[in-house]
Design a protein around this ligand. Structure first.
Ligand code: NAD
Ligand code: 6OD
Length: 491
C-alpha cells in the first residue's frame, strides 16, 4: 500500500490511562488517495478483557464518588480540551474519512465539544420523578426515583461521523457516572485515540474512558459485546450488525440502544419555497458524500413541480465541487473505502438493470491526479423506477437518490412509509398546516419540515423498524445511560 508523504503514525488502544499497542497492526487508509495514514494496533480478546476490567475498576474508584456537579465540570473540561485541539481533531477526521475540511470544521468537531457541554448542562439540571401516593388507610407514601449508572458501557460506532457519533454516546454515558470501553470503526480509528489524550488532559480518572481498536466479528467488537462484565451496549451502525449484536447480548439480557440504518424519504410539495427546497434536498442527498444515516435516498415530488425539480437538482449534482479534502473549496469528498464504493456502484448498476433513467452521475469521476487512487464517486440521480425496485428499497449509503412523482398527500405518505426502515423524513411546503399533517403521518423517529439535519441535541433521536431501538438525545440519553431506582417511603 502506498504511504502518505508524512511519517506513518501508530494508533494505539487506550486502557487504564495508558496507550497500549495491539497485537496485529492493520492499515488506516486515507480514502481520498488510498494512501496509508497510520497503522492501528488491533486489540485481541486479552486486551479487550483488560479494557473491560479497567472500566470495572474505575467504577469503584473516585469516579463513582463524583457528584453530578463534579462530573459536569469534568465534561466541560473535556469540551474545552477538544476546542484547544480543534485543528488536530479536524486533521484526524479529514485524513480518516476524506470528508471536506469545511464539513469537519463546521459539523464534526464543534458538535463533539457541544455533546460534552450539553450533557454537562443536562446532568446538572435534570429533575427526577416523584409522586405522592394516597394509600387505602388514609395515609400516604412518597415515591421518588434516583439515577444510578449502568456500569461498564460498550460504545460501538461507525465511520461516517466518527467523533461526533462517539461523543454523542460517551458524553451522556460519563455524565451519568458510567465508565466506557469504546470501539470505533476500523475505518476511522484516529479521533477516538486522540480523545483519549484529551481525557487525560481533562483529568478524567484512569479507566473511565478506554479505547479498543479492531473489527466486528471475531475481533474487538464481538469480544466486547460478548464480555460478561459489560453492563450495556450502545451501538450505531448497520441494521444487520445491530441484529448480530442483539443476538450476542441476548443471553445476558443487557440494555441496548441501537441507532441503525435508513432509507429516508423527502416529500416535496408543489407549494414549497423552491429555491430553499433545492438547497435543502441537495444537502439531504449529497452531504458527506451521502454517508449520513439521515440522508434522503427517496425523493417524492408533487407532479406539477417534478420536471423543474429534477432539472434543478441535476444542476446541483453536476456542479458540486469534488476535490481534495484539505482544499477549503471542496464540497464533496470520496466514499469511505474501496469496498464501500464497490457496494454503491453495484447499486448504480442495479438501478440501471431495474430500468432507471440516469439523470446525473452514475459512475466514477476522473481527476487526472492522485485523487484517481481515491474512492470518489459521482453524485447521482435516478428516475423512473417502480417503488418495488431493490434500489428504491435498500439502503445504499452514497450520494444518490431516486426521484418519483406523487399526486396526492395520501400517496406521498403511503410511498414514504413503504419501507422496513424508519429513521428520518423531511417535508417541504409553504403550507404549514399541510406540513404538520404530513409530518405527523411519517413512520419515523425524526421528521423535518422545511429543513434537514437541523438537530437540537436535547431532542429525541432514533428510529423505528429496522432503524433502531430506543431514543437518545437530551433526557432520553440520561434515561438510557442510567438505571432509575424508585424509592417508596410510607409517610
Ligand atoms: P457497521 O455496522 O458495519 O459497523 C459499525 C461498527 O460496528 C464498527 O465499529 C464495526 O467494527 C462494528 N461491528 C461490526 N460487526 C460487529 C459485530 N458483529 N459485533 C460488534 N461490533 C461489530 O456500520 P458502518 O458501515 O460503520 O456504518 C454505516 C451504517 O451505519 C449505515 O447503515 C448507516 O445508516 C448507519 N448509521 C446509523 C446512524 C444512526 O444514528 N441511526 C448513524 C450513522 C450511521
Ligand atoms: O447530530 C446528531 O445528533 C446525530 N445523532 C447525528 C447522526 C447522524 C447519522 O449519521
Amino acid at each position: 500500500m502506498p504511504r502518505g508523504s508524512g511519517p506513518v503514525n501508530f494508533i494505539e488502544n487506550y486502557i487504564d490511562g495508558e496507550f497500549v499497542a495491539g497485537t496485529s497492526p492493520f492499515p488506516d487508509v486515507n480514502p481520498a488517495d488510498g494512501r496509508l495514514v497510520a497503522e492501528v494496533g488491533e486489540a485481541d480478546r486479552c486486551l479487550v478483557d483488560r479494557a473491560v476490567e479497567s472500566a470495572g475498576k474505575a467504577l469503584r474508584g473516585s469516579w463513582s464518588r463524583a457528584t453530578a456537579r463534579e462530573r459536569a465540570t469534568a465534561l466541560r473540561k473535556i469540551a474545552d480540551a477538544i476546542d484547544r485541539r480543534f485543528d488536530c481533531f479536524v486533521a484526524a477526521e479529514v485524513a480518516d474519512t476524506g470528508k471536506p475540511i469545511s464539513l469537519a470544521s463546521k459539523l464534526d468537531v464543534p458538535r463533539a465539544a457541544a455533546n460534552f457541554r450539553i450533557f454537562a448542562d443536562l446532568i446538572s439540571t435534570a429533575g427526577l420523578e416523584s409522586f405522592q401516593t394516597e394509600t387505602a388507610d388514609g395515609t400516604s407514601a412518597l415515591n421518588y426515583a434516583i439515577r444510578k449508572p449502568l456500569g461498564v458501557v460498550a460504545v460501538i460506532t461507525p465511520w461516517n461521523l466518527p467523533l461526533l457519533l462517539l461523543t454523542w454516546k460517551v458524553a451522556p454515558a460519563l455524565a451519568c457516572g458510567n465508565t466506557v470501553v469504546v470501539k470505533p470503526s476500523e475505518e476511522t480509528p484516529a479521533s477516538a485515540s486522540l480523545l483519549a489524550e484529551v481525557m487525560h488532559e481533562a483529568g478524567i480518572p484512569d479507566g473511565v474512558y478506554n479505547v479498543v481498536h479492531g473489527f466486528g466479528p471475531k475481533s474487538a467488537g464481538e469480544f466486547l459485546t460478548q464480555h460478561p462484565d459489560v453492563n450495556a451496549v450502545t451501538f450505531t451502525g448497520e441494521s444487520g450488525t445491530g441484529a448480530a449484536i442483539m443476538k450476542t447480548v441476548a443471553q445476558s439480557v443487557k440494555p441496548v440502544s441501537f441507532e441503525l440504518g435508513g432509507k429516508n424519504a423527502a416529500v416535496v410539495c408543489a407549494d414549497c419555497d423552491f429555491d430553499s427546497a433545492i438547497v435543502g434536498i441537495s444537502d439531504a442527498v449529497f452531504l458527506n458524500t451521502g454517508q449520513v444515516c439521515l440522508c434522503a435516498e427517496r425523493v417524492y415530488v408533487e407532479r406539477p413541480l417534478l420536471d423543474r425539480f429534477v432539472d434543478a437538482l441535476k444542476g446541483k449534482a453536476e456542479n458540486l465541487r469534488l476535490g481534495p479534502p484539505l482544499d477549503a473549496a471542496t464540497e464533496m469528498g470520496p466514499l469511505i473505502s474501496k469496498q464501500h464504493r464497490e457496494k454503491v456502484l453495484s447499486y448504480y448498476r442495479l438501478a440501471r438493470e431495474e430500468g432507471a433513467t440516469v439523470v446525473a452521475g452514475g459512475g466514477i469521476p476522473e481527476f487526472g491526479n492522485s485523487l484517481d487512487d481515491g474512492y470518489y464517486i459521482q453524485p447521482t440521480i435516478f428516475t423512473g423506477l417502480p417503488e418495488s425496485a431493490r434500489s428504491v428499497k435498500e439502503e445504499i449509503f452514497g450520494p444518490v437518490c431516486h426521484i418519483a412523482p406523487f399526486d396526492s398527500d395520501e400517496e406521498a405518505v403511503s410511498m414514504a412509509n413503504d419501507t422496513k426502515y424508519g429513521l428520518a423524513a423531511s417535508v417541504w411546503t409553504s403550507n404549514l398546516k399541510r406540513g404538520h399533517r404530513l409530518a405527523q403521518q411519517m413512520k419515523t423517529g425524526i421528521t423535518w419540515v422545511n429543513c434537514w439535519f437541523l438537530r437540537d441535541l436535547r431532542t429525541p433521536f432514533g428510529g423505528v423498524g429496522l432503524s433502531g431501538i430506543g431514543r437518545e438525545g437530551g433526557v432520553h440519553s440520561l434515561n438510557f445511560y442510567s438505571e432509575l431506582n424508585n424509592i417508596c417511603v410510607r409517610l
